[in-house]
Write a protein that binds this ligand. Structure first.
Ligand SMILES: NC(=O)c1ccc[n+]([C@@H]2O[C@H](COP(=O)([O-])OP(=O)(O)OC[C@H]3O[C@@H](n4cnc5c(N)ncnc54)[C@H](O)[C@@H]3O)[C@@H](O)[C@H]2O)c1
Length: 311
């Protein structure tokens, strides 16, 4: 099958692209290497498939580039490109509006009347629910950050293009994805880095925030199954099925890394989520998908990967 992955050099996009290529599909990848984190990291994420014969790369900003050549003949489009992260969205709102909304709009415009298209998977986030994102897809959407607002608006835009122009949209709301290549500013990446280096962990809030993290391999499998099997118009929560508090996750990392954490307390930041735990019953009922990697096994893989980064 012919797939498009936007954000193909990012954390999740690079794993998805690799999986699609390994399964024998062809992939057109788009990325513009935003400066959210260094380009060199994204280049290294994509290094394993950049020269794959079934892979074609377009260095395009979706908010401005010409997209007809990118989507031509596409059967499955996985739209992962976005400005992620809550904190920066308070200060760089224009960039979030451009990458998460204008880019999504331009992409959807290019899909009107695209006969080959079987599924458009929009990567959304638990941040559309806001501070308490624990439960199933019927939780009220009440974002607590500009990031969550732009991602929710992107969902709504994709729904309108389904209703009005038959773009076969499915929305997947990711819950804190982790594992090798996790973005360098994300919590587990930082905790592991600081514990391995013996520097203090900057812990925001009381550490009792609840997290239902998703291992990257589970995230990729569910995304693929959604592309293949989900009904257009559906929205799914995608999480790891196991719940922990942040402080317990730090204790697990300490144990796996064999080093103690020094904890430095900081106040919580505006918009911080207090609980994120996906009920994934709907993904199981509709697609027969369940997460298979527990937190301890997933963190062990991420620690191994991060040990390689420092050596
Ligand atoms: N990582 C998580 O835990 C998580 C949780 C919830 C939702 N998500 C969503 O999953 C998707 C992927 O997240 P990620 O963690 O891999 O982030 P990432 O930053 O690693 O990847 C996103 C990629 O998109 C690219 N990009 C951004 N704007 C673009 C534009 N206008 N044109 C072309 N490329 C552009 C970036 O350069 C980057 O490589 C995002 O949509 C994000 O909102 C991620």
């Amino acid at each position: 099958m012919k797939c498009v992955v936007t954000g193909c050099a990012g954390f999740i996009g690079s794993h998805l692209t690799e999986r699609l290529l390994n399964d024998g599909h062809s992939v057109v990848g788009v990325d513009c290497f935003t400066d959210y984190y260094p380009r060199a990291i994204k280049e290294s994420n994509a290094a394993g498939f950049r020269d794959h014969p079934q892979f074609e790369f377009h260095e395009h900003d979706l908010a401005t580039g010409h997209l007809d050549a990118v989507v031509d003949g596409a059967e499955y489009i996985f739209h992962l490109a976005a400005m992620p992260g809550l904190t920066r969205s308070w200060i760089d709102f224009d960039v979030y509006a451009r990458c998460n909304l204008t880019a999504t709009h331009r992409l959807l415009e290019s899909l009107k009347g695209l006969k080959s298209l079987k599924k458009f998977v929009y990567a959304s986030t638990s941040s559309v629910y806001g501070k308490y994102a624990s439960g199933d897809e019927n939780l009220p959407t009440r974002p607590s950050s500009p990031y969550g607002i732009t991602k929710l608006a992107g969902e709504q835009l994709a729904r309108v293009y389904l209703d009005e122009f038959d773009v076969p949209t499915v929305v997947l709301r990711f819950f804190s994805v982790y594992g090798p290549r996790q973005r360098p500013e994300m919590g587990y990446h930082l905790f592991i880095k600081w514990i391995l280096a013996g520097t203090p962990i900057k812990l925001t809030g009381d550490g009792l925030q609840v997290r239902g993290n998703t291992y990257i391999g589970d995230c990729v499998e569910a995304t693929l199954q959604t592309g293949l099997k989900a009904m257009p118009g559906e929205t799914f929560n995608l999480g790891g099925g196991e719940i922990t508090t942040i402080i317990d996750a730090i204790r697990t990392i300490e144990r796996l890394a064999g080093k103690p954490a020094k904890i430095e307390r900081h106040p919580s930041r505006p918009g911080d989520q207090l609980a994120t735990a996906a009920d994934v019953t709907k993904l199981w009922r509709h697609l027969g998908w369940k997460p298979t990697t527990g937190l301890e096994a997933g963190l062990a893989k991420q620690i191994d990967w991060q040990r390689g980064l420092v050596s």
